[in-house]
Design a protein around this ligand. Sequence first.
Ligand code: E4P
Length: 214
Amino acid sequence: MHLLLDSGAVDEIREASSWGVIRGATTNPTLLRQAGVEKISDLVASWAAAWGTLHVEVFAAGREGMVEQALRWTSLGKPLAIKVPCTPSGLAVCRELAQRQIPVNVTLVFSLSQALLAAEAGASYVSPFVGRMEDHGMKGVQLVADIRNGYDRTGVSTQILAASLRNPRHVEEVALAGAHWATMPMAVLQKLFHHPLTDDGLQRFSDDAAHLQD
Ligand code: E4P
């Protein structure tokens, strides 16, 4: 399972990328607003290909507007995936962009039915929102497992991108449930590194290394 940073903050993305463990970033209008991004084209233009794929979400009201936004951003020549909502017009946009070989991430997915529709529309990625489901007492990790099972049984190649992850347990559970990708905020990514026995072992090695020469 590959990891992505769920963030619109370029400094965070640059730092996480320098650790060698992420393959890009997912954004949404809320994350971009929190990061102070005003113009998506500016973020796309500043994107370094070495950071991996940037997932950006169209927000225009109608189908034509969404396609126009997606084409404007992809014309900047960066590695992008275009996020569209799981609605009739969002999936029509998905189909149109997929026919142009533009990778699409169908977002705001909360059921297997929606994931099946996204696959049929040619999505490269489908994003079940695990944390938001669990916030409402629904089984988000189970949905990831169900989508994986449904896709595998029907020969679907759309990749499952587990989103809305709140903690390291979610990351581990979606990996075991068969997600191909997991996106998470910086705070969750940082927690993945930590274990008290690692800290303890490092301290002891550091103490003993003080008596060594290289
Ligand atoms: C990423 O693609 C999603 O937009 C994001 O993970 C949603 O996370 P949230 O439920 O914490 O807002």
